[in-house]
Design a protein around this ligand. Structure first.
Ligand SMILES: [Zn+2]
Length: 80
């Protein structure tokens, strides 16, 4: 089961340069992003629209989420 998870993960994430981070980042499919962050689809898509979560569209039209920005979003929020 664990092996299967890792197979899916390695096939679902792409390491590429994120312009907004200014560094290389793992880009996850939306499904993977949901799994690793525990956030809802709505929150992630809202974050993408607000440029709080970085996303690129893959050649096949699939949305890929920058895991670095996702971690920032999923982390503890300032109380402001
Ligand atoms: Zn990024």
């Amino acid at each position: 089961m664990l092996e299967e998870t890792w197979t899916i993960r390695s096939r679902s994430s792409v390491n590429q340069f994120c312009e907004l981070c200014g560094t290389e980042s793992d880009f996850l499919t939306l499904d993977m992003a949901l799994q690793v962050s525990g956030l809802s689809t709505r929150i992630i898509l809202h974050g993408v629209e607000a440029d709080e979560i970085h996303a690129v569209e893959a050649a096949n039209g699939q949305l890929l989420i920058c895991s670095t920005s996702l971690q920032n979003q999923a982390g503890p929020k300032p109380t402001s």
